[in-house]
Design a protein around this ligand. Structure first.
Ligand SMILES: *[C@@H]1O[C@H](CO)[C@@H](O)[C@H](O)[C@H]1NC(C)=O
Ligand SMILES: *[C@@H]1O[C@H](CO)[C@@H](O)[C@H](O)[C@H]1NC(C)=O
Ligand SMILES: *[C@@H]1O[C@H](CO)[C@@H](O)[C@H](O)[C@H]1NC(C)=O
Ligand SMILES: *[C@@H]1O[C@H](CO)[C@@H](O)[C@H](O)[C@H]1NC(C)=O
Ligand SMILES: *[C@@H]1O[C@H](CO)[C@@H](O)[C@H](O)[C@H]1NC(C)=O
Ligand SMILES: *[C@@H]1O[C@H](CO)[C@@H](O)[C@H](O)[C@H]1NC(C)=O
Ligand SMILES: *[C@@H]1O[C@H](CO)[C@@H](O)[C@H](O)[C@H]1NC(C)=O
Ligand SMILES: *[C@@H]1O[C@H](CO)[C@@H](O)[C@H](O)[C@H]1NC(C)=O
Length: 642
């Protein structure tokens, strides 16, 4: 009898603990509901994302938990803790990161990737009927959604715009000092999220693994969750990646409903993290392994010399193939570029884009300043064609085109060397509130320059060169603040399938012509479309798509078009211009922007016509009103490239 009672008690306890409290020290054989990139590794790590770009991953506790006694009641206290680690593609290059999320549904098939965190999309972002509470661990700076930096933790309620956020780190219990943590460091960290249902305090605390929970929370907010959290909700994680990837791992997780202290994790039994070293670290390892041995065996000193030479040779090893002989004069040695950039030192990093990282360098012999771009590619397929094309592009000479000086090839890597542009990219001046703004005459000069550079690519040479990725961030400014087109042709590498994780459509949202989204047919006219979006960005001082604006204003071209119909197109100009602009030129640029962004390719002007119009050699043809959506961007926003 006693046995029977305790059996039932045990069963009851099991049933309760199955829903109200759980502890996973590793996820081997754990039943989670997962989708997208999420999966459980053979070691028992919960992986939310992998080396795939432009995608999401979700993992939820399979059954919903009860957060309230009754519908109208206040939310129970709850508490959760988990250990995570993020392994980025590049030590400095994050993605939108991951979240801990409480949601009424596990179905996020409609959610967009990138800064929508795999939780929201453009339609429902900010809508109170989402009932989503998330804590984001964000490693990508998206000013569009008011991010504070590229390494922060935030509380998100129904929206990707955080209600509260803080640079990642913790307050040390020892000295009360704040210590920064780098989310991307690949180091495991522990998070505690606690909600007190009585005083409605919501706390998020972060610390390196093995550090006891700090007394001071990183984020502490008083929130009445009763209108946000429904009776039953799912708890879990989401991760979202855009143009670069990171592996997001959860090592262990516990949750407790109706209590304040989530069960402790057994930190020593968490699954091991993958041990990945960068290629440079591997070289160091070879050295440190061989050195002591070599020193103790003095007689082998010559052999050590050989080993060091081998290591050195490997360090500077390049990739040569027979067909490259004809391009020899355009080739830089890896050693030369390595020295020019201080060993590709992060100190000299100028930027990281979808195609790779760019470093500032000083060529050792000539003392010429250059920009060195490292592009990773894996398959050999298409590389030959691409190198031939790149080298021939190097013959292009135009004052509004950034000169390509040469290239170098290593296993899995292509390195391109360009003229150095001291003033950086135009988007910095347009969208970075910290920088001085450009006055109208500078903007107009840049626009005319870029138009002339693009006309040269399209017509000025024996083969048509399509740029494929025109936008403010690909326009660089030389020492005289002339606009110069950079990065042309690079998209080709991706279309040849020579780069990993290609998407068929290369380009940037808001600049992709509608026919590209449909058929992927790249023509000069799709460049003209992007140039139109670029004109509007420069005149209006904002990005082509800004999801946090009011619906009417989110898509720049639609907004300018709507204002044009109302006869107040000039009202869309960059407010930072003040009264410093020439109305006639401003209207010309805005209308030309609309003209170039015509949804029908055949209705767009050629770049020759564009330069003639800008130089007032030809008049601007009358704009015809179009029905429905002007841009076609709406469908692009929601259809991820396959
Ligand atoms: C990432 O994970 C998904 C789902 O498990 C899988 O389909 C995909 O092939 C993986 N991608 C890479 C690059 O490992
Ligand atoms: C996982 O949990 C779900 C929801 O409770 C259940 O339907 C499913 O059968 C479980 N799967 C396994 C393998 O236990
Ligand atoms: C956004 O997501 C909601 C559901 O969460 C869905 O109803 C809506 O259709 C989605 N919108 C788009 C444009 O995908
Ligand atoms: C919020 O979403 C609900 C349901 O999806 C919808 O009826 C409502 O119109 C949306 N509100 C706004 C402001 O978009
Ligand atoms: C969170 O922010 C959203 C929008 O910024 C706002 O509507 C909401 O009231 C905020 N919620 C809380 C609890 O502060
Ligand atoms: C939240 O943190 C503050 C101190 O940072 C602490 O006083 C409070 O008790 C915490 N509340 C919960 C629910 O952990
Ligand atoms: C919290 O909000 C709910 C409904 O929004 C309200 O009924 C309740 O009184 C609020 N609680 C407190 C303590 O303000
Ligand atoms: C680690 O390296 C191995 C082989 O080099 C690779 O298959 C794996 O995907 C890498 N894992 C991470 C997290 O980078």
């Amino acid at each position: 009898m006693l046995l029977k009672i305790s059996f039932w008690a045990l069963l009851l306890k099991l049933a309760l603990s199955a829903t109200d409290e759980f502890t996973f020290n590793g996820f081997r054989d754990v039943n989670l509901s997962m989708d997208g990139l999420a999966g459980i590794t053979s070691d028992g790590l919960l992986r939310l994302s992998n080396a795939t770009m432009h995608a999401n991953g979700h993992a939820f506790f399979p059954v919903p938990l009860r957060f309230k006694r009754s519908l109208a009641d206040n939310v129970f206290s709850f508490s959760t803790t988990f250990v995570f680690a993020i392994f980025p593609e590049h030590p400095l290059l994050g993605t939108s990161g991951f979240t801990f999320v409480i949601s009424p549904s596990k179905d996020f098939t409609q959610a967009s990737e990138n800064y929508f965190l795999g939780l929201f999309n453009r339609t429902n972002n900010g809508n109170a009927s989402n009932h989503i509470l998330a804590v984001e661990f964000d490693t990508w700076y998206s000013p569009e959604v008011k991010d504070i930096d590229n390494n922060h933790v935030g509380i998100d309620i129904n929206s990707v715009i955080s209600n509260k956020s803080h640079h990642a780190g913790f307050t040390s219990d020892d000295d009360g000092k704040f210590q920064n943590l780098i989310l991307l460091s690949s180091q495991p960290m522990q998070v505690w999220i606690d909600y007190d249902g009585i005083d409605m305090q919501f706390n998020v605390t972060l610390a390196p693994l093995w550090t006891p929970k700090p007394k001071t929370a990183l984020l502490s907010s008083t929130i009445n969750l009763s209108s946000i959290i429904l009776h039953h909700m799912y708890v879990g994680f989401s991760a979202s990646v855009g143009t670069s990837y990171s592996y997001h791992y959860i090592l262990g997780w516990s949750f407790k409903m109706n209590g304040i202290n989530a069960p402790d994790l057994d930190l020593s039994s968490l699954p091991p993290l993958p041990q990945n070293l960068t290629s440079l670290e591997k070289h160091d390892k070879i050295l440190s392994l061989w050195m002591p041995l070599a020193i103790s065996l003095f007689v082998l000193i010559n052999a050590v010399g050989v080993i060091i030479m081998v290591v050195r040779k490997k360090k500077f090893a390049e990739f040569h193939e027979d067909w490259e002989l004809e391009f020899e004069s355009n080739r830089f040695s890896y050693e030369q570029l390595y020295k020019a950039t201080g060993g590709f030192n992060d100190k000299y990093l100028l930027g990281i884009g979808g195609f790779g990282s760019v470093y500032r360098g000083l060529l050792p012999a000539s003392k010429v300043e250059v920009a060195v771009k490292k592009v990773s590619h894996e398959s050999k397929q298409g590389v030959r064609e691409f190198v031939a094309e790149i080298v021939s592009l190097g013959k292009l000479r135009h004052r509004n085109v950034v000169q390509l000086l040469g290239y170098c090839r290593r296993k899995g890597e292509l390195i391109l060397v360009y003229e150095y542009m001291p003033n950086g990219s135009l988007d910095n001046f347009l969208f970075n509130q910290g920088k001085p703004t450009l006055n109208w005459s500078m903007r107009f000069q840049i626009i005319k320059g870029v138009a002339s550079g693009l006309q040269y690519l399209h017509e000025g040479w024996d083969q048509v060169v399509i740029h494929r990725d025109i936008k403010a961030s690909n326009v660089l400014l030389d020492s005289d603040m002339n606009g110069r087109l950079g990065d042309f042709g690079l998209a080709r590498l991706y279309e040849h399938g020579a780069a990993p994780q290609t998407t068929n459509v290369v380009g940037t949202l808001g600049f992709l012509a509608p026919e590209l989204a449909r058929a992927c047919k790249v023509t000069t006219s799709s460049d003209v479309f992007a140039f139109g979006a670029f004109l509007l960005e420069v005149a209006c001082g904002r990005r082509a798509i800004e999801p946090n604006k009011q619906e009417m204003e989110q898509v720049l071209v639609d907004w300018v078009f709507a204002n044009w119909k109302k006869g107040m197109i000039h009202e869309t100009r960059d407010p930072r211009l003040g009264e410093d602009y020439v109305l006639q030129e401003l209207e010309l640029v805005l209308k030309l922007g609309l003209f170039c962004s015509h949804p029908l390719p055949s209705a767009r002007p050629s770049m020759r016509q564009v330069t003639q119009i800008l130089n007032e050699v030809a008049p601007l043809p009358p704009l015809l009103p179009y029905q429905c959506h002007f841009s076609g961007i709406d469908s692009q926003l929601h259809n991820k490239p396959e």
